[in-house]
Ligand binder design. Structure first.
Ligand SMILES: [Fe+2]
Length: 263
């Protein structure tokens, strides 16, 4: 089984994966996967607390996969070897916690995934380069080209896309001028126009929103892929889903009221 959720931010938002927050997890095996859509946050300062939470997560019965968001320590992440796994380029953080590199196409349980991490911090002016902010949060041209080449090889057809931030047109549709498009949003516009996919899951915005039939924002909600597409197994107490896919003026005001200081 494959579950997908949003930002964990180290131990700050990992409560969604506790036995209470995610009771289904207790029944899973190493051949089941929980995918975190960026801002994993447990490669940050190598503190004893961080190592404790990595051990805690490593002992969960499933295998955790994550893409990078903007709040990761990319210098520490660089120290891990890159290996091939299920068609993806990955880094094994522990035996059961795996970072999927940007631009990877891989197969799990018959689903073809395209994963591409990274995003721009909205609060980078208040962060310290090399300590709480890294330029590598935004993908390089090489990363983007690697993504295009991987999709060339996959015939521009996958089942599920996993990113941290959204294509610009969708970001604009949900958040209006609140978040102007950057070069990564533009890249995802390019990819989404050319790529055949069933579902695109993103994190980053700290809200859980079903934008339309194909595009889902996740924060503390957890979804499970199934034969019909996906089901919500944990709702988000901090955001909320809009299951009819319509974002009303009231919904929009609510989304805006949640704030964006840390995204
Ligand atoms: Fe985040």
């Amino acid at each position: 089984m494959i579950y997908i959720t949003g930002d964990t931010h180290g131990n700050i938002d990992i409560h969604k994966l506790t036995s209470d927050g995610f009771p289904e997890g207790n029944e899973l095996t190493r051949n089941d996967y929980v995918i975190v859509c960026g801002d994993f946050g447990l490669i940050w300062d190598n503190s004893s607390e961080e190592r404790y939470w990595l051990r805690w997560l490593d002992k969960k019965p499933w295998t955790t996969l994550w893409i990078d968001g903007n709040h990761e320590n990319f210098d520490l992440l660089d120290e891990y070897d890159i290996v091939d796994w299920h068609g993806a380029k990955v880094q094994f953080i522990t035996g059961n916690i795996i970072h999927i590199m940007r631009g990877s196409v891989f197969e799990l349980e018959g689903y073809i995934f395209f994963a591409f991490g990274g995003a721009e911090s909205h609060d980078k002016e208040s962060r310290i380069p090399g300590r709480s902010w890294w330029e590598a949060e935004m993908p390089s041209d090489n990363d983007k080209e690697a993504g295009r080449k991987a999709l060339d090889a996959a015939g521009w057809s996958v089942d599920v896309v996993i990113t941290h931030t959204l294509p610009g047109r969708l970001q604009n549709a949900v958040f209006g001028s609140e978040y102007p498009s950057n070069s990564l949003n533009d890249y995802f516009d390019e990819i989404s126009e050319k790529l055949d996919y069933s579902f695109w899951f993103s994190g980053h915005y700290h809200r859980s929103v079903i934008i339309d039939d194909d595009h889902i924002l996740l924060y503390n909600a957890i979804v499970k892929l199934n034969d019909e597409g996906f089901e919500v197994v944990r709702d988000d107490e901090d955001g909320r889903f809009f299951p009819d896919g319509e974002i009303s003026d009231e919904d929009f005001d609510y989304l805006m009221s949640l704030g964006d200081e840390e995204i």
